[in-house]
Design a protein around this ligand. Structure first.
Ligand SMILES: [Ca+2]
Ligand SMILES: [Ca+2]
Ligand SMILES: [Ca+2]
Length: 107
Protein backbone atom coordinates (compact mmCIF):
# COMPACT_ATOMS: atom_id res chain seq x y z
CA UNK A 1 0.00 0.00 0.00
CA UNK A 2 1.60 3.29 -1.04
CA UNK A 3 1.38 6.41 1.14
CA UNK A 4 0.18 8.50 -1.78
CA UNK A 5 -3.09 6.60 -1.79
CA UNK A 6 -3.78 7.33 1.87
CA UNK A 7 -5.23 10.83 1.41
CA UNK A 8 -8.87 10.84 2.39
CA UNK A 9 -8.66 7.14 2.95
CA UNK A 10 -11.78 5.25 3.95
CA UNK A 11 -11.43 1.76 5.33
CA UNK A 12 -14.51 -0.39 5.90
CA UNK A 13 -14.50 -3.77 7.61
CA UNK A 14 -17.49 -5.99 8.21
CA UNK A 15 -17.47 -8.80 10.76
CA UNK A 16 -20.29 -11.25 11.17
CA UNK A 17 -20.65 -13.39 14.26
CA UNK A 18 -23.23 -16.09 14.80
CA UNK A 19 -24.26 -16.60 18.41
CA UNK A 20 -26.08 -19.52 20.00
CA UNK A 21 -27.68 -17.78 22.98
CA UNK A 22 -29.53 -20.70 24.59
CA UNK A 23 -26.85 -23.29 23.80
CA UNK A 24 -29.14 -25.71 21.93
CA UNK A 25 -26.73 -25.85 19.00
CA UNK A 26 -28.96 -23.73 16.79
CA UNK A 27 -27.82 -20.18 16.17
CA UNK A 28 -30.26 -17.64 17.58
CA UNK A 29 -28.55 -14.39 16.81
CA UNK A 30 -26.41 -12.85 14.13
CA UNK A 31 -24.21 -9.94 15.10
CA UNK A 32 -22.84 -7.88 12.26
CA UNK A 33 -20.28 -5.20 13.03
CA UNK A 34 -19.37 -2.65 10.40
CA UNK A 35 -16.41 -0.44 11.18
CA UNK A 36 -15.61 2.58 9.04
CA UNK A 37 -12.30 4.37 9.57
CA UNK A 38 -11.71 7.65 7.81
CA UNK A 39 -8.38 9.45 7.59
CA UNK A 40 -9.66 12.82 6.44
CA UNK A 41 -6.35 14.64 6.02
CA UNK A 42 -4.32 11.65 4.84
CA UNK A 43 -1.65 11.89 7.58
CA UNK A 44 -2.00 8.21 8.39
CA UNK A 45 -3.86 8.92 11.64
CA UNK A 46 -7.53 7.97 11.60
CA UNK A 47 -9.74 10.98 12.33
CA UNK A 48 -13.21 9.44 12.28
CA UNK A 49 -14.30 5.98 13.35
CA UNK A 50 -17.88 4.83 12.98
CA UNK A 51 -18.87 1.41 14.21
CA UNK A 52 -22.34 0.01 13.67
CA UNK A 53 -23.32 -3.21 15.38
CA UNK A 54 -26.56 -4.87 14.31
CA UNK A 55 -27.73 -7.81 16.40
CA UNK A 56 -30.56 -9.84 14.88
CA UNK A 57 -32.05 -12.17 17.49
CA UNK A 58 -34.43 -15.01 16.67
CA UNK A 59 -36.39 -15.49 19.89
CA UNK A 60 -38.82 -18.25 18.83
CA UNK A 61 -36.38 -20.15 16.62
CA UNK A 62 -38.38 -19.96 13.37
CA UNK A 63 -35.34 -18.60 11.54
CA UNK A 64 -36.74 -15.08 11.24
CA UNK A 65 -35.18 -12.37 13.44
CA UNK A 66 -37.63 -11.02 16.03
CA UNK A 67 -35.49 -8.42 17.74
CA UNK A 68 -33.05 -6.19 15.94
CA UNK A 69 -30.75 -4.09 18.05
CA UNK A 70 -28.61 -1.50 16.35
CA UNK A 71 -25.83 0.39 18.05
CA UNK A 72 -23.83 3.07 16.30
CA UNK A 73 -20.69 4.52 17.83
CA UNK A 74 -19.27 7.58 16.15
CA UNK A 75 -15.89 8.91 17.24
CA UNK A 76 -14.50 12.08 15.71
CA UNK A 77 -11.06 13.36 16.66
CA UNK A 78 -12.16 17.00 16.80
CA UNK A 79 -8.98 18.40 18.33
CA UNK A 80 -6.68 16.27 16.16
CA UNK A 81 -4.60 14.82 19.01
CA UNK A 82 -4.98 11.31 17.60
CA UNK A 83 -7.07 10.13 20.55
CA UNK A 84 -10.80 9.83 20.98
CA UNK A 85 -11.77 11.34 24.30
CA UNK A 86 -15.22 10.88 25.89
CA UNK A 87 -16.60 14.14 24.49
CA UNK A 88 -15.59 13.07 20.97
CA UNK A 89 -17.57 9.82 21.08
CA UNK A 90 -21.28 9.58 20.39
CA UNK A 91 -23.32 6.42 20.95
CA UNK A 92 -26.76 5.79 19.47
CA UNK A 93 -28.82 2.69 20.14
CA UNK A 94 -32.10 1.61 18.61
CA UNK A 95 -34.04 -1.58 19.20
CA UNK A 96 -36.78 -2.89 16.96
CA UNK A 97 -38.98 -5.64 18.39
CA UNK A 98 -41.53 -7.57 16.33
CA UNK A 99 -44.91 -5.97 17.02
CA UNK A 100 -46.79 -9.13 18.07
CA UNK A 101 -44.08 -10.02 20.58
CA UNK A 102 -44.72 -6.72 22.33
CA UNK A 103 -48.50 -7.31 22.26
CA UNK A 104 -48.07 -10.76 23.81
CA UNK A 105 -46.25 -9.20 26.73
CA UNK A 106 -49.15 -6.91 27.48
CA UNK A 107 -51.88 -9.56 27.28
CA1 LIG B 1 -5.69 11.85 9.82
CA1 LIG C 1 -38.37 -15.70 14.98
CA1 LIG D 1 -9.07 13.96 20.32
Amino acid sequence: MSDAENAGRVDVTVETEVVDIDGDGVADAVVETTTTRVDVDGDGVVDIIQQTTVASIDVDGDGVPDIINETTITAVDVDGDGEFSDDEIDVEETTAIRADLVDDGDA
